[in-house]
Design a protein around this ligand. Sequence first.
Ligand SMILES: Cc1cc2nc3c(=O)[nH]c(=O)nc-3n(C[C@H](O)[C@H](O)[C@H](O)COP(=O)(O)OP(=O)(O)OC[C@H]3O[C@@H](n4cnc5c(N)ncnc54)[C@H](O)[C@@H]3O)c2cc1C
Length: 338
Amino acid sequence: MIRHDAELGAANTLGLACRAERFAALESLAEARQVLAEARRHGWPVSVLGGGSNLILRPWLPGLVVQADFADWWLEPLDADTVRVHVEAGMNWHSLVEALAARELWGTENLALIPGRVGAAPIQNIGAYGVELADLLESVHLLYLDDGRETVLSREECAFAYRDSVFKHALHGRVLITRLVLRLSTRPAPRLGYGDLAARLGPTPSASEVVAAVSRVRREKLPDPAVLGNAGSFFKNPVVAAERARRLLAEYPGMPHFPLADGSVKLAAGWLIDQCGLKGLREGRVGVHDRQALVLVHHGGASAEELLALARRVADTVAERFGVTLEREPRLLGRALP
Ligand SMILES: Cc1cc2nc3c(=O)[nH]c(=O)nc-3n(C[C@H](O)[C@H](O)[C@H](O)COP(=O)(O)OP(=O)(O)OC[C@H]3O[C@@H](n4cnc5c(N)ncnc54)[C@H](O)[C@@H]3O)c2cc1C
């Protein structure tokens, strides 16, 4: 069913006030086909909303906003060690992680407590604690918004990279992801090399114990959007050429840095922001979180523009001091009120 002039304020973790000209919660794939065909008939532009945890919403979303609510999932055993998991777009990501861990299926544990829904996970190739969705994903089922065509993309066709995929480029704004297919292991495969996970767990933890440990670390580090509006990391960790990293390290020997396979070096955006003395900065109704400089927060009543102005100030300060460009992670959607 299509609702008109729908309030979406509660539908984004930053808590920015937003109205959609039209909004449809899609209960099934059949309803998705039918509603999107109607949008095509009327020429409405379509935007897709997941859990709203990686979005900066401007006050007005014209056309039609759809949200996939269908959320079935099922297992397809492949052999003694491997299981294929089919999961529809509307399922909450963390609920999926918990359900898989409870069955001792290994692969998603380190991605525990990432907010949002399954359908959005491939967009920026969600990642945490040394694991990315791309490590587990086999294929993505989707529906093209412009002609209703349905297809399945292999992992290779998704062109995954750090916080990146084909869905941010050639397919940007062009598809509704309807289902993911993951490949998980029935053999214990804990990956505890990141942060202090190993220190928090015994030598042979269960998958659910890993999920619980990752969740605890995340709760300690990140503000809960239900309490303080935020979209998680506001900036991607910048990747710089080896030569620039070498020069920066000569000046800042303590700088966290992670050499990548292609010779470039990933830096920690939070560290760079912190070094500029911006942690805890408050500008009106928005600010930089006081424990995690990578997270911009909304104290209530602000607009997307206020948040973007703060983001520009943070990025400009880092560029001036380190000569490193910070790129925004959450996507911007909508426009000023008509
Ligand atoms: C506290 C906090 C912590 C976070 N931690 C992490 C982290 O550790 N790692 C990480 O990678 N991310 C993290 N994030 C970001 C966010 O959780 C992920 O990007 C998540 O996948 C977004 O899901 P969503 O359903 O909320 O998507 P939304 O924010 O609603 O949408 C994000 C983008 O995906 C598109 N989209 C959504 N659903 C679909 C669909 N079915 N088909 C096509 N396009 C779709 C939207 O149009 C939009 O462009 C964090 C966010 C918060 C608030």
